[in-house]
Design a protein around this ligand. Structure first.
Ligand SMILES: [Zn+2]
Length: 326
């Protein structure tokens, strides 16, 4: 604040707007300055960060309550057997899951009904409420977030390492579509699939990639050379049907890159610090083992290329190939 030649007070607000401040603006500015000074003197250095963290916690708590209200209305089925037909043993760390005696998969005993998936993975409930409740970015923030943490570059390098240099890519559960957008810029023909119409049209309009709406398997798709699904297989009610359809769509020599949570570790409980996230029974139906993925590949007549790629804990990756003789 300073005095002008005419002796009137020129406020910060006034200067940014190019005019001398009114009395109301002067009073407002004075009030906010006092409030800031008081907050600074009470809370000391790092105030902005502390207030930010506090606000984040309050927001997350609020979204958790809202998410809980919606999620408890999602109808569920009862599951007594694993997808492979194996019987389930109790899982001591999370009673809503069982452990398959045959393939070692963790199986959600009360997964969402197939007909509820569209509602569960909708733009509002999943991308604006559930993600915030889990402390994760919304769909609008996600492209920059995923590029920032390196997962997009990792996926592009993985495709360059194992996949053909050109052709058609299909990504199931493409969400915000950042990987498809990048692949399209590298010359691939890209098609995404999303279960929710509004999510599909958001991605299509924002990222400029083709996104079809529907449930996979079931939706009509052309043959492809690269089949992608990231953080999707653990949400699928029928993983065997999912992998069989992926194999059917692949051209001979084509590859499937599946990123999903695979328990390859000795953590107790499984996935250690990420246990709660892995065993989120509101959305995760199966948590896999390498043995289960090998069996899925065998039944779909796909060759296992590698089960050792991994971006981070719960970001385990499996690469399969459809043989040229198929
Ligand atoms: Zn099993």
């Amino acid at each position: 604040m300073k005095l002008t030649a005419k002796g009137r007070l020129l406020t910060d607000v006034g200067r940014t707007r190019g005019h001398v401040g009114t009395m109301k603006e002067i009073c407002d500015e004075f009030f906010w300055r006092m409030l800031k000074q008081t907050a600074k003197s009470v809370l000391g250095p790092g105030t902005r960060e502390r207030v930010g963290a506090f606000y984040f916690l309050i927001e997350r708590y609020w979204y958790k309550r809202v998410a809980y209200k919606h999620l408890r209305r999602i109808r569920r089925e009862t599951r007594e057997l694993c997808w492979c037909g194996g019987r389930l043993s109790p899982f001591q760390w999370q009673l809503s899951y069982g452990v398959c005696q045959a393939c070692g998969c963790y199986v959600n005993r009360r997964p969402p009904l197939q007909e509820e998936l569209k509602r569960l993975y909708s733009l509002d409930l999943y991308w604006h409420i559930k993600q915030r409740a889990d402390g994760l970015p919304t769909i609008e923030q996600r492209p920059a977030y995923d590029k920032g943490d390196g997962r997009v570059d990792f996926m592009l390098k993985l495709i360059a390492k194992y996949g053909p240099a050109k052709g058609r890519v299909i990504e199931i559960g493409c969400a915000h579509g950042i990987v498809l957008k990048e692949l399209k810029e590298h010359g691939y023909e890209c098609i995404g699939v999303e279960i929710d119409e509004r999510t599909a049209s958001w991605t299509s309009n924002t990222m400029g990639v083709e996104v079809r709406t529907g449930v996979f398997p079931g939706i009509k798709l052309p043959p492809c050379d690269i089949f992608l699904s990231c953080d999707v297989l653990e949400h699928v009610n029928e993983p065997e049907a999912f992998m069989n359809e992926a194999a059917r769509l692949l051209n001979p020599g084509g590859i499937a890159i599946i990123q999903t949570a695979v328990d390859r570790y000795d953590y107790v409980p499984p996935f250690g610090r990420r246990f709660r996230h892995a065993f989120d029974d509101s959305e995760h139906v199966y948590i896999f083992t390498d043995k289960a993925l090998q069996e899925l590949a065998r039944r779909a007549v796909l060759k296992v290329v590698t089960l050792s790629e991994c971006i981070w804990l719960m970001g385990e990756i499996c690469v399969f190939e459809k043989s040229n003789e198929a």
